[in-house]
Ligand binder design. Structure first.
Ligand SMILES: C[S@@+](CC[C@H](N)C(=O)[O-])C[C@H]1O[C@@H](n2cnc3c(N)ncnc32)[C@H](O)[C@@H]1O
Length: 404
């Protein structure tokens, strides 16, 4: 009989990739491709649950005391703490392996999607051709904060395409989420969207949206749960990247979600929509990829586009605050330095309330909250049903928004 020490009884790793949610444009994968991403998902889980505690130990017992001994003062902020950590082998080891898993996850996904890119494009075209819910704008200029960066080591980021109708980067993005999060966002990578639905239903029970906008919706991972929860509403998903949008509409249709449209535009200039066009404007894990200027422009557009009584909600990882331990700040800042997220650090130290007020909201209109990703019970059958924190099984984000 298995004791609690046997590997099978103590296994806490991610589910096997074969449980991933498939749909009409999901790439096909062979045995070796699946085992490659299984390895990477397990390595990510191992890093976060087994290695990070050791890095924290090194910080608490060695790095912080050594700094204080040398300088006579405690570490003052995350910049000082990060520089002190750079010299410690535990941090270097964790950082190198984490970067390696990101690089390999992107290359694994690219290999899988590039080898079938013509077929994927044909499948997407068959689902979207002639459908006016896909509006592309080949003249749209990519802002430099997007075009100059391969976000989270993703070659060509969200927008690059190799031929007309290409969906490769959308397929790679969809295929890889499971690996980065070790399945924690669910088999359709939609745990964030489900969390937002739950939050709105609980906190704004009188709110019935008719027109919903998601800015930076990518392939619709977080948007589709919202569209499904309010099937009588019309949801518009705006993004810069044509491969994401083509793939996104094809994916939505093949999953039976019909009240969504995908529009190629910049959230900085949504002049195609008149003032007060939407009851609800959503962004999810989006603000950290914006330049400071574009973030201000987008917040201003959301204010213009909201109907009276409407809401805007931004779901993001927590802002740096004096109450957040320095070790956690250092680990979160890793993305800015080693994961091609150049605006991460700046955005997470921004006074978001102040930025919302600058954009035209009043302080009285502001909303603050928090959500944890809804765990997919198909993947984690023993996860807690309620909202109790289930650390290691749930991703936690902040909500900042406004009701006008
Ligand atoms: C991190 S992803 C967002 C993830 C997505 N919201 C989700 O929950 O799955 C950032 C997205 O924002 C898009 N983006 C960046 N700047 C934008 C802008 N100015 N207007 C519209 N989309 C933008 C990118 O193309 C990318 O698809």
């Amino acid at each position: 009989m298995a004791s609690s020490n046997t590997p099978s009884a103590s296994y806490e790793g991610p589910p096997d990739y074969r449980v991933i949610g498939r749909h009409g444009v999901f790439p096909t994968m062979g045995h070796d491709e699946i085992e490659r991403v299984n390895f990477l998902a397990q390595m990510n889980r191992h890093l976060s649950t087994r290695i990070v505690p050791g890095v924290k130990d090194a910080f608490d017992r060695e790095v912080a005391p050594a700094f204080e001994k040398k300088t006579g003062a405690a570490l003052a902020d995350r910049h000082e703490a990060r520089k002190a950590m750079l010299g410690h082998p535990a941090f270097r080891f964790w950082s190198a392996i984490r970067r390696m898993t990101m690089e390999q996850r992107q290359q694994a996904g690219r290999w899988t999607t590039i080898r079938q890119r013509e077929e994927l494009a044909e499948r997407a075209a068959a689902l979207t051709e002639g459908d006016d819910r896909l509006e592309l704008d080949p003249t749209l200029a990519m802002p430099r904060y997007v075009s100059a960066v391969d976000h989270h080591c993703m070659p060509g980021s969200y927008h690059q395409e190799a031929f007309v109708g290409d969906v490769t980067n959308g397929a790679n993005y969809d295929h890889g989420n499971f690996v980065t999060t070790a399945g924690l966002l669910g088999k359709y990578a939609d745990g964030g969207g489900h969390a937002v639905v739950k939050w709105v239903k609980r906190n704004l029970p009188d709110f019935t949206p008719h027109k919903i906008l998601e800015i930076g919706g990518t392939v619709g991972h977080s948007s589709l749960p919202i569209a499904q929860a309010w099937p009588d509403a019309e949801m518009t998903i705006v993004d810069l990247g044509a491969p994401m949008l083509r793939y996104g509409l094809a994916r939505a249709k093949s999953l039976g979600v019909d009240n969504v449209r995908f529009v190629q535009a910049s959230g900085e200039d949504l002049s195609r929509f008149p003032d007060q066009s939407f009851d609800w404007i959503q962004t999810t894990m989006f603000l950290h990829e914006l330049s400071t200027t574009s973030l201000a422009n987008i917040l201003r557009e959301t204010r213009r586009l909201l109907k009276p009584g409407g809401i805007v909600l931004h779901v993001e990882q927590p802002q740096y605050a004096p109450t957040m331990p320095l070790f956690e700040q250092v680990m979160r800042d890793w993305d800015a330095f080693y994961n091609n997220e150049p605006f991460w650090s700046r955005m997470h130290e921004l006074d978001l309330d102040g930025a919302m007020v600058e954009a035209g909201f009043t302080r009285e209109q502001l909303i603050h909250g928090g959500v944890t990703a809804v765990v997919d019970k198909d993947l984690f059958p023993d996860a807690a049903d309620d909202d109790t924190e289930d650390y290691g099984r749930k991703a936690a984000w902040h909500v900042i928004g406004a009701r006008v």
